[in-house]
Design a protein around this ligand. Structure first.
Ligand code: NDP
Length: 437
């Protein structure tokens, strides 16, 4: 099957990597459930239901016409409408969107919510762009995408480069074109216009809730633990915040320009102001504080008990993993999607580090998006405490599912196998029930 994926999707290396990891886990499932083979479920699950690629023309502040490429891959809708974020980053191409969409199918299934898997984005680079340029780009992007969306069809959210501001412009244009206040068509909305409490915090908080369960299984907790978090965007900031609330100390954060280290613990309010308000660089944090900025290093060289890669794909490689093992790290949990290379994962396993894959550990974001859809459908708004409690329950549920499934299939403690197998079975059962479509 992997050979088929390679042949049918040439050059899409990230998609190959994501598919390989899942396919590798499915061998024992195929032995136990031959009906999945008879119905060609694995072949079907590797082929997106629909792939949309479109031109996004827009005008920059100097009056120059710019052209970007937009994508939406609607991968699998056996469990519900396609659900998954939009990424605006110059590295975006079909292979990235497909890897993210493929992961999203299993992640969404693990949440036990009624949502299918999809992903989208553009090779547009928002860095250095004015507010007006961002708005014009978002409006042009939505002018094509709107016809593929709907609260029962496809419901995007944010991802790298797409936060509350972008979701606002996208929703505004959708509303204008369709003349419908269809709040459930996008998630990650502002609190005053249909958003949910805790959506902003959900991915980071959820990752830390998952780690908390791993620590509980080891009969310990965050108290006194040193934690390194890569990135300083949405996921990283709120992962760091929850670590601090639970008694851990976040000693390092990064962006694509380098990383900062502060042994006494990083001042998260200052990071929020720097990144969410001023949209500055992480190096600026170190200028006025007792912190070190390292431009050309590797954040995984910083000794820690727990490492949370929360920036981007393939950011933790073999040598980074080697440094974590050498320095006595006990847990790596992926806040980002596929940040750990396959070689790094082998090193972590050999070194006895417990590992939580993104499709389980970072599922809190999409789960809270589904809670946002639930509130939109019932015209209700929940309190922060209630939404966080729901998120916490969901993450405990995902942890339990992964741990139990790994045990059932003879691989106790292997959360990668547990997540892949449990997510796959839920989708595969629905696909069987829905016939050959
Ligand atoms: P943001 O855009 O808010 O932040 C991304 C952070 O990662 C920034 O600090 C950015 O630095 C850094 N980064 C991005 N690319 C690179 C790179 N090539 N090298 C080094 N650093 C990099 O994105 P999110 O926090 O939303 O997303 C982070 C990860 O989490 C992604 O993998 C995403 O798919 C995943 N995720 C996000 C969810 C969400 O709810 N937002 C849900 C589930 C997963 P710089 O600003 O310098 O580029």
């Amino acid at each position: 099957m992997y050979e088929t994926v390679l042949r049918r999707n040439p050059g899409e290396v990230e998609f190959h990597q994501a598919a390989h990891e899942v396919l590798e886990s499915l061998r024992p499932v195929v032995d136990k459930r031959p009906e999945f083979v008879d119905a060609s479920i694995i072949e079907r699950i590797c082929e997106p239901e629909r792939q949309i690629i479109f031109r996004v023309p827009w005008v920059d502040d100097s009056g120059k016409v710019r052209i970007n490429r937009g994508f939406r891959v609607e991968f699998n809708s056996a469990l519900g409408p396609y659900k998954g974020g939009l990424r605006f980053h110059p590295s975006v191409y079909l292979g990235i969107v497909k890897f993210l969409g493929f992961e999203q199918i299993f992640k969404n299934a693990l949440t036990s919510m009624p949502i299918g898997g999809g992903k989208g984005g553009s090779d547009f680079d928002p860095k250095g762009r004015s507010d007006g340029e961002i708005m014009r780009f978002c409006q042009s992007f939505m002018t094509e995408l709107y016809r593929h969306l709907g609260e029962y069809t496809d419901v995007p959210a944010g991802d790298i480069g797409v936060g509350g501001r972008e979701i606002g412009y996208l929703f505004g244009q959708y509303k204008r074109i369709t003349n419908r206040y269809e709040a459930g068509v996008l998630t990650g909305k502002g609190l005053s216009w249909g958003g949910s409490q805790v959506r902003t915090e959900a991915t980071g908080y959820g990752t830390v809730f998952f780690v908390h369960e791993m620590l509980r299984a080891r009969k310990t907790d965050f108290d006194g633990k040193k934690v390194v978090v890569s990135g300083s965007g949405n996921v990283a900031i709120y992962a760091a915040e929850k670590v601090a609330q639970l008694g851990g100390t976040v000693i390092a954060l990064s962006d694509s320009g380098g990383y900062i280290v502060q042994e006494g613990g990083i001042d998260l309010d200052a990071v929020k102001e720097l990144k969410e308000v001023r949209r500055g660089r992480i190096s600026e944090y170190a200028e006025k504080r007792d912190a070190r900025f390292v431009a050309d290093g590797c954040i995984w060289d910083v000794p820690c008990d727990i490492a949370l890669p929360c920036a981007t794909q393939n950011e933790l490689d073999e040598s980074g993993a080697g440094a974590l093992v050498k320095n006595g790290c006990i847990i790596v949990a992926e806040g980002a999607n596929m940040p750990t290379t396959p070689e790094a994962l082998r090193v972590l396993r050999r070194g006895g580090i417990e590992f939580a894959p993104g499709k389980a550990a970072n599922a809190g974001g999409v789960a809270t998006s589904a809670l946002e859809m639930q509130q939109n459908a019932s015209r209700d708004t929940w309190t922060f405490e209630y939404a966080e409690e729901r998120l916490h329950d969901i993450m405990q549920g995902i942890y339990g599912t992964c741990a139990m499934t790994a045990e059932e299939y003879g691989m106790p403690g292997d959360y990668v196998a547990g997540a892949n197998i449990a997510g796959f079975i839920r989708v595969a059962d629905a696909m069987l029930a829905l016939g050959v479509i």
